[in-house]
Design a protein around this ligand. Structure first.
Ligand SMILES: NC(=O)C1=CN([C@@H]2O[C@H](COP(=O)(O)OP(=O)(O)OC[C@H]3O[C@@H](n4cnc5c(N)ncnc54)[C@H](OP(=O)(O)O)[C@@H]3O)[C@@H](O)[C@H]2O)C=CC1
Ligand SMILES: O=C(O)[C@@H]1CCC=N1
Length: 280
């Protein structure tokens, strides 16, 4: 079967065009979506690609959408959903809302796919996990998200909280690591500019090498770590007694737990939603 064509997207509504919505939209426009087919619905939109109409509410959007990117904060879903559904004729909903479950989103349309992207999507280097949808819609959703980087499908929606804690939030962990490495470099006496450059270039270079997948991350780590050398001394602190592993496990668990809480925030007030509050 031919790959779905993004220039035949129909009418796309982007509801919420903040950090993540604008990252995806920027990428889609770069990959062939016609700005004239897009309407951004966001009373505070700041970062919208040129040529796209921006309105504050769905009532001003005009033609009913064929596809809707839902990219508002999950806490706003119950308030915003009824203002959208009044103008819907069963569009494909692609929701990136942390926590918002398919059962909740099903009250907006019969055609819903849940996605968890991340911000490197803006440059086509993201990773997205998709879940749900009917077979006829999955190919199109995958083609859209493939413009933003790697795409993975999962069947078990209960894993979405963990996905959110790993790859959705994950870029922030990496950015924080770069910040901390730069601060450590400064503390070790390097000029601030050099410290920031070395921290950033070390992370991007190491990630690019690992991304070749010619050797595992563990093997690449061993190649740096001379017996009784400097790296071994550093790793003994970074990961002494498995502390880094434990710290990251706690980090991901906390983010996943928050995703589960957000499910509660997103669900109860949508009329017709069959999703109950999340456990825990
Ligand atoms: N940021 C990320 O890395 C990721 C985010 N997500 C998900 O994406 C969603 C958006 O997150 P993010 O982009 O970071 O958040 P932002 O706050 O940056 O974007 C949300 C946008 O929605 C706007 N908005 C507020 N009220 C309305 C309304 N009534 N109708 C339409 N738009 C409205 C906001 O405007 P204003 O700022 O004026 O309030 C803002 O521009 C969340 O559900 C999040 O879970 C998923 C994966 C990664
Ligand atoms: O922090 C958040 O809630 C969102 C979801 C994943 C990344 N950012």
């Amino acid at each position: 079967m031919d790959a779905p064509r993004l220039d035949r997207i129909g009418t796309l509504w982007v509801v919420g065009c903040g950090n993540m919505g604008s990252a995806l939209l920027t990428r889609w426009i770069a990959c062939g979506v016609d700005p004239e087919h897009v309407v951004v619905i966001d009373p505070g939109a700041k970062d919208v690609p040129a040529g796209i109409r921006v309105v504050a509410t769905a009532a001003e959007a005009g033609r009913a959408p064929d596809i809707v990117l839902l990219a508002i904060k999950p806490q706003l879903l119950a308030e915003v959903a009824p203002t959208l559904t009044a103008h819907f004729d069963n569009p494909l909903i692609l929701s990136i809302l942390a926590g918002a479950r398919l059962a909740t989103l099903g009250s907006l349309s019969l055609r819903v796919i849940r996605a968890m992207p991340n911000t490197p999507a803006r440059i086509g280097e993201g990773t997205t996990v998709l879940c749900g949808g009917v077979p006829e819609d999955r190919g199109f959703a995958e083609a859209l998200m493939a413009t933003a980087g790697a795409v993975h499908w999962i069947d078990d929606e209960s894993l979405f909280d963990a996905v959110t804690g790993v790859s959705g939030s994950g870029p922030a962990y990496v950015f924080r690591f770069i910040e901390a490495l730069a601060a450590a470099a400064t503390a070790a006496g390097l000029p601030a500019e050099t410290a920031q450059a070395l921290a950033l270039e070390t992370v991007t270079g190491a990630a690019a090498l690992a991304a070749l997948r010619e050797s595992s991350p563990a093997e690449l780590r061993k190649q740096v770590t001379s017996p009784n050398g400097t790296t071994a001394a550093g790793l003994a602190v970074l990961d002494g007694d498995g502390s880094l592993t434990a710290l990251l496990a706690e980090t991901v668990a906390a983010a996943a737990a928050r995703s589960a809480e957000l499910a509660s925030a997103a669900s109860p007030a949508i009329p017709g939603s069959s999703a109950g509050p999340a456990a825990g």
